[in-house]
Design a binder for this molecule. Structure first.
Ligand code: SAH
Length: 220
C-alpha cells in the first residue's frame, strides 16, 4: 500500500511481519488475508500515543468511546467473510478508524462502509484519502438500515454487536452471500450467516467482545 508514513518506517515493517507470523500461529491460514494485513500499516490508524502498540494483539481505543479490533479479530472476520474467494461487493457496518476497511479494500472489488458517528468518519475519511482507494465509499449512515441503493452485497461485515440482525441487512445479502458479525450483548460470539436459494443458515463460532450496534446517526 502506498502512503508515506515516516517516523516508524522500517520498524513498523518488521513489526508487521512479526504480526503476520503470530496470526499464522494463531490459526489464520488464508494467505490473501495475511498479505492484505501485511500491506496495511496499522499504526497509521491508531492515535500517535498508542502507535507503538499498534501491532500487538490487542484492541485499542480510537476515541468517541470506540475501539479498533485486535489484528486477530480483523484477520478472523476477513477470513470468514472471504471463505476462500475474492469478494465482489462488500458492506461494512462501523467504519471506526478505517483499519478493517483498508484491509477489506485489498480483498474486494467494491467496499461500502458506513459509520454512525459523523466526526469519527470525518477523521477516517481524511486518513483513508492518503491511500487513494477509489473502490472504497464511506457513508455517514445508520448501518442497521444497510445501503439499499447499492445492495445486494456478497459480503456484509459488522464491527458492532447485535442480538438480532436487522431485517434490512438480511434482505440486502445476495443469494450465495455471507454475513459475519458479533452476536449477543453481554456474552457475544462471532456468527456467520449464509444465504442460499432456500433461506439463511447460521453458524456460531468464537467468543467475541465488541461495542454494541446502536441505531440512528450522531454528529459527534
Ligand atoms: N472496524 C472498526 C471498528 C470500530 S468499533 C475499526 O477497525 O476501527 C465499531 C464501530 O461501529 C464504531 O465506530 C461505532 O460508532 C460503529 N457503529 C455502531 N453502530 C452502528 C450503526 N448502526 N451504523 C454504523 N456504525 C455503527
Amino acid at each position: 500500500m502506498s502512503a508515506d508514513h515516516s517516523g516508524i518506517g522500517m520498524t513498523s515493517q518488521r513489526t508487521r511481519v512479526r504480526m503476520i507470523e503470530r496470526l499464522r500461529a494463531q490459526g489464520i491460514n488464508d494467505e490473501v488475508v495475511l498479505a492484505a494485513m501485511n500491506a496495511v500499516p496499522r499504526h497509521v490508524f491508531v492515535e500517535e500515543a498508542l502507535s507503538s502498540r499498534a501491532y500487538d494483539d490487542v484492541a485499542l481505543p480510537i476515541n468517541f468511546g470506540q475501539t479498533i479490533s485486535s489484528p486477530f479479530v480483523v484477520a478472523r472476520m476477513s477470513e470468514l467473510l472471504r471463505a476462500g474467494s475474492r469478494l465482489n461487493k462488500v458492506l461494512e457496518v462501523g467504519t471506526g478508524c478505517g483499519y478493517q476497511t483498508a484491509v477489506l479494500a485489498q480483498l474486494a472489488d467494491e467496499v461500502y462502509s458506513v459509520e454512525r458517528i459523523g466526526s469519527l468518519l470525518t477523521r477516517t475519511r481524511s486518513r483513508l484519502r492518503e491511500f487513494r482507494l477509489s473502490h472504497v465509499r464511506l457513508k455517514h449512515a445508520d448501518g442497521m438500515l444497510g445501503l439499499p441503493e447499492v445492495a445486494p452485497f456478497d459480503g456484509i461485515i459488522m464491527a458492532a454487536a447485535t442480538t438480532h440482525v436487522p431485517p434490512s441487512l438480511l434482505e440486502q445479502l445476495a443469494v450465495g452471500g455471507r454475513m459475519v458479525f458479533p452476536k449477543g450483548s453481554q456474552e457475544q460470539y462471532l456468527c456467520v450467516i449464509e444465504r442460499n436459494e432456500h433461506g439463511y443458515t447460521e453458524t456460531v463460532l468464537d467468543e467475541a467482545r465488541f461495542v454494541p450496534m446502536l441505531s440512528g446517526i450522531v454528529e459527534s
